[in-house]
Design a binder for this molecule. Structure first.
Ligand code: ATP
Length: 324
């Protein structure tokens, strides 16, 4: 179980103006600015839950993950993960967590990937039979058999990410922190990584905290989302409820025979091409069935399709609503 209560974290950063004279002045008189990366955040995550931790750039997601993994120490608040304080009991804590930072590597750059895995085995003191079993299983599930003898620097991004995931799970962690695990991956690799995470959660009951800007990751993997903005937790809830609350409506696409089709109150025309019209329906003002009835009164409908708001639109509405 992950318990976070009233955590705050401030970074002190030096600031100076542009140019040589400002650089010279800064040698004698440094100016600092305090950035409140996390401002009194609290949440609880149960064992086996998969949670999407979302927010715009600079919101505080990575800072939270770093605190939860014991890399950063907050100046205020309490955090317990399976009964341990991450930054105080680091050695015991890291044996229970796996971390993947999409933008950084835990693999040694110049050596074959398998050597990094073996180094991790020694660092985590993984018993030999557990290491062998996990390595064989992960390597085959993530299809990296052909590349583990290649140095990390020679791998493509997608190949490296799969190896990063293997590295993060060799010691059987109960909790997995994934910070943008599908960044820059092609569609096939994204699906492979998502399927693997789902399966891992289902089979091993692994708790997963996922931060990402890819809303398809969130939609596929999580039922609950926590929204952070400007260092504060703004919302914590069920994805389906959020979708209902922040969906802007439905999109209706109609193909028809006849003259141009007109819209009514609650219908916004998006495109009115030759006998092919697209309308956005504000379902708070007009039901989809009433919109269809209104159209069929005017023209002979050949085909009609209704789509809900995409998860990207839902999240864009959410950010807009919270002004972040
Ligand atoms: N080591 C650091 N030193 C100074 N400021 C930092 C440091 N790490 C983070 N910050 C600042 O803290 C704030 C939160 O950063 P953080 O990396 O947690 O955001 P994020 O939500 O992960 O963003 P992104 O989606 O862009 O990765 C930002 O304003 C950032 O500039």
């Amino acid at each position: 179980m992950i318990e976070v209560e009233h955590i705050s974290k401030t970074f002190k950063v030096s600031r100076r103006g542009a140019g040589f004279s400002e650089a010279f002045k800064a040698l004698f008189h440094k100016q600092y600015e305090c950035i409140k990366a996390l401002d009194d955040i609290s949440f609880t995550i149960e064992e086996g839950e998969m949670v999407g931790y979302i927010g715009p750039n600079g919101a505080g997601k990575s800072s939270t993950i770093k605190i939860l993994s014991g890399i950063l120490t907050p100046e205020q608040g309490r955090c317990l993960i399976n009964g341990r304080v991450p930054w105080k009991e680091r050695t015991a804590h890291v044996k229970e967590i796996g971390v993947v930072f999409g933008q950084r590597s835990q693999l040694w750059w110049d050596v074959p990937v398998i050597d990094s895995f073996e180094l991790l085995r020694d660092i985590y003191q993984i018993p030999d039979h557990t290491y062998r079993k996990n390595l064989d299983e992960l390597v085959s599930l993530l299809h990296v058999e052909q590349i583990i003898r290649t140095p990390a620097r020679q791998l493509s991004l997608g190949q490296r990410m799969r190896c990063e995931i293997v590295a993060s799970l060799l010691h059987d962690p109960k909790i997995l922190f994934l910070d943008e695990p599908t960044i820059g991956l092609d569609a096939v690799s994204k699906i492979a990584v998502r399927d693997f995470i789902l399966e891992r959660n289902r089979k091993h009951h692994t708790t997963v905290i996922l931060t990402t800007h890819d809303m398809q990751d969130i939609e596929t993997l999580t039922k609950r989302i926590i929204l952070i903005g400007q260092g504060k937790i703004l919302m914590d809830g069920n994805l389906e409820d959020i979708r209902k609350q922040f969906s802007s409506g439905k999109r209706l696409t109609v193909e028809y025979n006849g003259d141009a089709v007109k819209s009514c109150d609650g219908m916004t025309p998006v495109s009115l091409m030759n006998q092919h019209a697209i309308f956005d329906i504000d379902t708070k003002r007009l039901s989809v069935s009433d919109a269809i009835a209104y159209i069929t009164q005017q023209v002979d409908v050949k085909d009609i399709s209704v789509e809900g708001s995409s998860i990207d639109e839902v999240v864009a509405n959410l950010y807009h609503q919270y002004q972040i």
